[in-house]
Write a protein that binds this ligand. Structure first.
Ligand code: AMP
Length: 218
């Protein structure tokens, strides 16, 4: 299926969890800039070194780096017929770059699924979150623990707390979201990109059903 989808929303709202599943269901690549930065950091590339200082401080990585990593990924063969962007664009200049790229290809965004939840819940979710060091799947120690403590249900790799999921950093990430990322919603609206808001509170399957419906409507 050819679809170009964006999963949008604040940290902790469930973008990663739902977009992984959605990408499988639609048969399109899951393109998550945060995952790509963590990979670049763990392999020690120059881009990873530049990104790390910003990520660890709860700040956004500068636009030129985020755009570069995204452009390289979207240039790959598997992204030619569609993709699901998770965590991009996070600023208006990033959205403008994406718009130019799509225009040049004669393509359009089929749907922006904008996830939302109360801020207190986001903070709790992030502070209770553990992430798989192998496949990046997320678990929640309070509400959705792994079957075997410390191990990923999907691939068996070790689960770790992300360094930016510590409470002070979480607050900074939320502040960055309100200052720089939230205005992107107005950009989408102004361009007529189809934004569908999904309330990301409730059981995982229940929320996913809403996400899928919103994406299919595109
Ligand atoms: P995520 O895994 O989506 O929560 O992203 C983790 C961190 O990576 C963010 O807090 C940012 O520091 C950085 N990051 C991911 N995507 C972007 C982006 N599109 N623009 C700037 N920074 C980003």
């Amino acid at each position: 299926m050819s679809k170009r989808l964006l999963l949008f929303g604040p940290p902790g709202v469930g973008k990663g969890t739902h977009s992984r599943r959605l990408a499988v269901d639609f048969g399109i690549p899951h393109v998550a800039t945060g995952d790509m930065f963590r990979e670049a950091i763990s392999t020690g590339t120059a881009l990873g070194v530049r990104a790390a200082a910003h990520m660890n401080g709860g700040r956004l990585v500068p636009d030129d780096i985020a755009v570069a990593i995204l452009e390289e990924r979207l240039g790959k063969a598997d992204a030619q017929r569609g993709f699901l962007l998770d965590g991009f664009p996070r600023t208006v200049p990033q959205a403008e770059r994406l718009e130019r790229r799509l225009e040049a290809e004669g393509a359009r965004v089929d749907a922006v699924v904008s996830l939302d939840a109360p801020e207190d819940l986001l903070v709790t979710r992030l502070c209770d979150r553990v992430t798989c060091s192998g496949c990046s799947a997320s678990f929640n120690l309070a509400s959705r623990p792994p079957k075997v403590a410390g191990r990923c249900d999907a691939c068996g790799s070790e689960l770790v707390a992300r360094s930016d999921d510590e409470v002070v950093t979480v607050r900074q990430r939320l502040a960055a979201y309100h200052a720089k990322t939230e205005p992107v919603l107005a950009f989408f609206g102004g361009r007529g990109w189809p934004v569908r808001t999904v309330w990301s509170v409730g059981g995982l399957d229940e929320v996913y059903a809403r996400v899928k419906q919103a994406a299919e409507a595109g």
